[in-house]
Design a binder for this molecule. Structure first.
Ligand SMILES: Cc1cc2nc3c(=O)[nH]c(=O)nc-3n(C[C@H](O)[C@H](O)[C@H](O)COP(=O)(O)OP(=O)(O)OC[C@H]3O[C@@H](n4cnc5c(N)ncnc54)[C@H](O)[C@@H]3O)c2cc1C
Ligand code: SF4
Length: 352
């Protein structure tokens, strides 16, 4: 390396923004391709494989798969975000006797559940590492996709993959069919249902940890002002321990990742309103009561906010409605602008 080249120093627990220097990785990734670049680096360094996830289908409809990948092609084939409930934990348990180490990409709730499982089964911790957690503020079930695709004239059983190529507001959902034909749908069509709580996973009702704090490395989107207008999309990332800290530092100094400091305080300041809504439980009480969702034991986190309570009531009632066949028929018969208006109303209420 050029002796005058700037070296990057990474601190554990601090928020950075970065992207994969390999443009081929970025071209298939959800944001900056940091997750895929890290997985490729681990494979190069001798990892036996990585558990990644994707959307596919069976004759019964849309399905989510978590699979063991071992090659660059396989990692890149599964890059991108799959907004769906994935069987990560079940796959770890199923593959317990595979040769390791195996990296795992997981959502925050899955990272938490894995940690708990590993406390009882330390042999899993020795084999499945690092856990790379994705930021997540809401997810949907596989059944949601069957309804959504039906509503736009796509036969679920013909779907081979669903990829989200996302930018700040726009973004597309790329749906590949069994005849290799690719359909491109505005991400907002799908996201409006997700924001409105339609097809939401029941577990999301009380979720208040969205930055995958229990993972070894946490990665998400970053659309704050300085990054919004950059030509290259960035990922937000936090190395949570010494091993991942030095991995990211070596990748940055080895020309594999471009990384710059954001700062946890600066990130939290930018996302203050989002976090006030999504990280606090007190305002969900009314909605959960109306939707018949049991509340967790102990004190609910955060402070009550009237507008948030309205927004959560809409989200949780939509969630309840979409768990019944009749409810889904009503929801998917509504004109799309109604769903979009509902999502926008929730967005406005959540910022008050
Ligand atoms: C359901 C969901 C909700 C999200 N919500 C937010 C949010 O609110 N805010 C935010 O900042 N970021 C969110 N993200 C994360 C964001 O979309 C990107 O995944 C993240 O920025 C990493 O981008 P990347 O380009 O570095 O990853 P890539 O290089 O594209 O790699 C992503 C990796 O994640 C794996 N993966 C995709 N979907 C899943 C899944 N459902 N379960 C397990 N593994 C999966 C892929 O197989 C791939 O290996 C969410 C992601 C998901 C899946
Ligand atoms: S919002 Fe929380 S519970 Fe729901 S999928 Fe994301 S991390 Fe899991």
């Amino acid at each position: 390396m050029d002796a005058s080249a700037k070296t990057t120093s990474i601190q554990a627990g601090q928020m950075y923004a970065g992207f994969a220097c390999d443009a081929d990785v970025r071209s298939v990734a959800s944001s900056g391709g940091v997750v895929s670049a890290v997985l490729l680096e681990l494979l190069e360094r001798g990892h036996a494989g990585a558990l990644v996830s994707k959307i596919t289908s069976s004759p019964d409809g849309i399905a989510a798969e978590t699979i063991l990948v071992r090659t660059r092609e396989e990692v890149l084939g599964c890059a991108g975000s799959s907004y769906i409930d994935t069987p990560v934990i079940q796959t770890v348990v199923r593959l317990h006797d595979q040769a390791g180490p195996i990296a795992v990409v997981a959502l925050p709730c899955q990272a938490r559940a894995l940690r708990r499982l590993m406390q009882h089964r330390p042999e899993l911790r020795e084999k499945f590492w690092p856990i790379i957690g994705l930021f997540c503020r809401g997810n949907v079930t596989t059944g949601f996709y069957d309804d959504f695709f039906r509503s736009i004239g796509i036969e679920s059983s013909r779907v081979r993959s669903v990829k989200v190529s996302r930018s700040h507001v726009k973004g597309r959902v790329l749906v590949r069919l069994d005849n290799d034909h690719e359909l491109s749908i505005p991400f907002m069509w799908l996201n409006a249902y997700r924001l409105a709580g339609i097809g939401a996973k029941s577990l999301c009702t009380w979720c208040d940890e969205h930055l995958a704090a229990e993972a070894d490395l946490s990665v998400g989107d970053i659309f704050t002002k300085p990054f919004k207008d950059r030509q290259i999309k960035h990922s937000a990332l936090v190395a949570r321990d010494e091993w991942t800290r030095s991995l990211i530092e070596e990748m940055a100094n080895g020309g594999k990742l471009s990384v710059e400091l954001v700062g946890m305080d600066a990130y939290e300041r930018s996302f203050k309103r989002v976090q006030r809504f999504s990280d606090q439980q007190a305002s969900r009480k009314l909605g959960a009561l109306l939707a018949g969702r049991p509340r967790p034991s102990g004190k609910l986190s955060g402070r009550f906010n009237f507008f948030h309570s309205l927004a959560w009531s809409i989200i949780l009632l939509n969630g309840k409605l979409s768990r019944t066949r009749l409810g889904r028929r009503i929801i998917f018969a509504l004109p799309r602008p109604v769903i979009t208006a509902m999502a926008l109303l929730i967005k406005v209420l959540s910022r008050l």
